[in-house]
Design a protein around this ligand. Structure first.
Ligand SMILES: Nc1ncnc2c1ncn2[C@@H]1O[C@H](COP(=O)(O)OP(=O)(O)OP(=O)(O)O)[C@@H](O)[C@H]1O
Ligand SMILES: O=c1[nH]c(=O)c2[nH+]cn([C@@H]3O[C@H](COP(=O)(O)O)[C@@H](O)[C@H]3O)c2[nH]1
Ligand SMILES: NC(=O)CC[C@H](N)C(=O)O
Ligand SMILES: [Mg+2]
Length: 521
């Protein structure tokens, strides 16, 4: 929820978006603390009435302050000189403030993922923190010389300035190199809470309005006549979107599931059965050949995502035409948009098929309703519980729209797809057997073009390398790799190499997000 049109006097923080992946997440965390946050791109700071806000947070960015445009510097100067309100700079925001106030920023001091920071001076901003804490970093530049008059509050284990305090014309400016807004920064929420308190921000946001917001998004289309097509995949997002559409728009909502041949083992049958039990029995379109024949041989994953988006649009166009529908509902969430570079200033990480991958002609021809587009998955899950959606959907692991196509690295072939499907099923089975599947965010197998010489039954066998990826996360914006007992990894490895002839090596992925992402491509 970005809350652009809302404003609570005395209780609103302005988040200035410089394009970082987590800008929106800052607003979301502040909501958890009862504070409304309004997001604005830095390009609009010049027009904003800053005096309406109780505090300002400067977000991260994919860009470097060393190569940035004059608008960026101008926005920082305006915030620091014109407004008498407290400021918090995060990552790029930290570097930008330091540079604007006369400090020095340098390249080549990157830190990614989990890092320890040490507090070197006690300050109320760090109330509740021990002397050393784990934080999450994602930066390439750093502040090598703090601005005159600033105090260094924390330093990372790599010697990087991690937090600054600057007294500026009677109000306080804090800056942090790490990301307090991501769930993996252990005491991040406490820091934001401290900042809101120090800034005197009132807590007036009530955390029960998600459902009303989702419904309001569909209310807009009540007047659109005729059947409505709701794209469902069996994931929690599309199930919630279709369920709310049914509630607001009635029986004319037709759930449609496209079988693109990229689902997991037995998934289509299982999902159809579970959806039918909730009254959302989908129309299933078997389009496996259409998708697989176009994907075969394609190396570039972004190209595959584009093809999938294009084919999805063609299939849905046919159904919409056949049913005489004008309105299309899909379960797009906020991370789908930000990762697709779909905000004014963010970088494109991956083109989610339903956002960047959906061709513009489709949006021109039909009305597209995306009632969850302001929410994160855990917020969607909350709405699902309020709606009484069965636990099967609420607790399901996320599964990407382009399915197993984004888990095959290198040349896409049907053979690798089958290896990936089988190996993923084994990963899930073993974790389920040990009661671990429900404890993790996602667990799956990946296969690429690399081969490993093996010896099976005393004969040389050159087989695939399967990479197993199991991660913990709460919103997919950051992730840590899961640490299962070796005995469980051993079981996964033995079952994969025993039951899939063409696999001779199983590897485990031990990189966090960032610097990695969850899916391989
Ligand atoms: N195979 C499919 N058939 C029909 N619609 C689909 C299919 N895959 C994805 N979609 C549509 O695209 C949207 C985005 O896909 P995505 O995989 O992110 O969502 P999801 O499957 O609903 O949820 P989750 O992220 O929990 O898996 C879905 O909400 C759904 O509307
Ligand atoms: O609907 C989707 N369409 C996609 O194109 C897509 N790509 C990644 N994902 C899921 O999003 C989360 C973050 O993924 P990454 O760390 O790989 O970017 C993870 O939970 C991924 O499974 C997708 N979901
Ligand atoms: N996450 C960020 O804000 C990164 C800032 C900047 N792009 C850097 O790499 O240092
Ligand atoms: Mg999704």
């Amino acid at each position: 929820m970005s809350g652009e049109n809302l404003l609570i006097p005395g209780g609103t923080i302005l988040v200035v978006d410089y394009g970082g992946q987590y800008a929106h997440l800052i607003a979301r965390r502040l909501r958890e603390l009862g504070v409304l946050a309004v997001i604005t791109p830095y390009t609009r700071v010049g027009d904003a009435d800053l005096s309406k806000y109780s505090a300002i947070v400067l977000s991260g960015s994919h860009r470097s302050v060393l190569e940035t445009d004059p608008d960026v510097l101008e926005s920082a100067r305006r915030i620091l000189s014109n407004s008498g309100i407290p400021v918090l700079g995060v990552c790029f925001g930290h570097q930008l403030i330091a540079k604007t106030l006369g400090g020095v920023v340098e390249k080549g001091c990157g830190e990614y993922g989990r890092v320890v920071v040490k507090l070197v001076e006690r300050d109320e901003l760090f109330n509740g923190w021990e002397g050393e804490e784990y934080v999450w970093m994602s930066h390439g530049d750093c502040v090598s010389k703090p601005p005159p008059g600033s105090r260094v509050l924390a330093v990372s284990e790599n010697g990087v300035t991690a937090a600054l305090k600057i007294e500026l014309k009677g109000r306080v400016v804090y800056t942090v190199q790490f990301h307090p807004e991501v769930s993996h920064t252990v005491k991040g929420l406490a820091l934001l809470d401290n900042f809101a308190r120090l800034a005197g921000v009132e807590r007036k946001w009530v955390r029960n309005t998600y459902y009303a917001l989702v419904e309001a998004e569909l209310e807009k289309y009540r007047g659109v006549e005729g059947p409505v097509i709701a794209a469902v995949s069996g994931g929690v997002d599309s199930t919630v979107a279709a369920a709310v559409a049914r509630k607001v728009l009635g029986d004319r909502v037709i759930p449609v599931l496209v079988d693109h041949g990229l689902f997991r083992e037995g998934e289509v049958e299982e999902v159809v059965e579970k959806l039918s039990a909730t009254g959302l029995k989908p129309l299933v379109l078997d389009e496996r050949e259409r998708f697989l024949s176009r994907l075969e041989g394609v190396v570039d994953c972004e190209e595959r995502r584009r093809i999938i988006g294009e084919e999805f649009a063609k299939v849905f166009d046919q159904v919409m035409e056949a049913e005489g529908a004008r309105l299309f509902v899909q379960g797009t969430t906020y991370p789908d948009i930000v990762e697709s570079g779909g905000t004014v200033v963010a970088d494109r990480i991956k083109s989610h098929h339903n956002v960047a991958g959906l061709p513009s002609w489709f949006r021109e021809k039909y009305l597209v309703a995306e009632p969850l587009k302001h929410l994160y998955k855990d917020e969607v899950r909350e709405v699902a519980r309020m709606l009484g959606v069965p636990g099967y959907f609420v607790e399901r692991h996320p599964f990407p729209g382009p399915g197993l196509a984004v888990r095959v690295i290198g040349v896409f072939t049907r053979e690798k797809l089958e290896v990936c499907r089988r190996a993923s099923a084994i990963v899930e089975q073993v974790l389920r057997r040990h009661g671990l599947l429900d404890k993790v965010w996602q667990a799956f197998a990946v296969v690429g073009d690399d081969k490993w010489v093996g010896v099976k039954g005393d004969a040389r066998r050159v087989g695939y390398v399967v990479i197993v990826r199991i991660v913990e996360s709460s919103d997919a914006m950051t992730a840590d790799y899961f640490k299962p007992p070796y005995s469980v990894l051993d079981e996964v490895s033995r079952e994969i190499t025993r039951s899939i002839e063409d696999v001779t090596m199983v590897a485990y992925a031990v990189t966090t997000k960032p610097p990695s992402t969850i899916e391989p491509c």
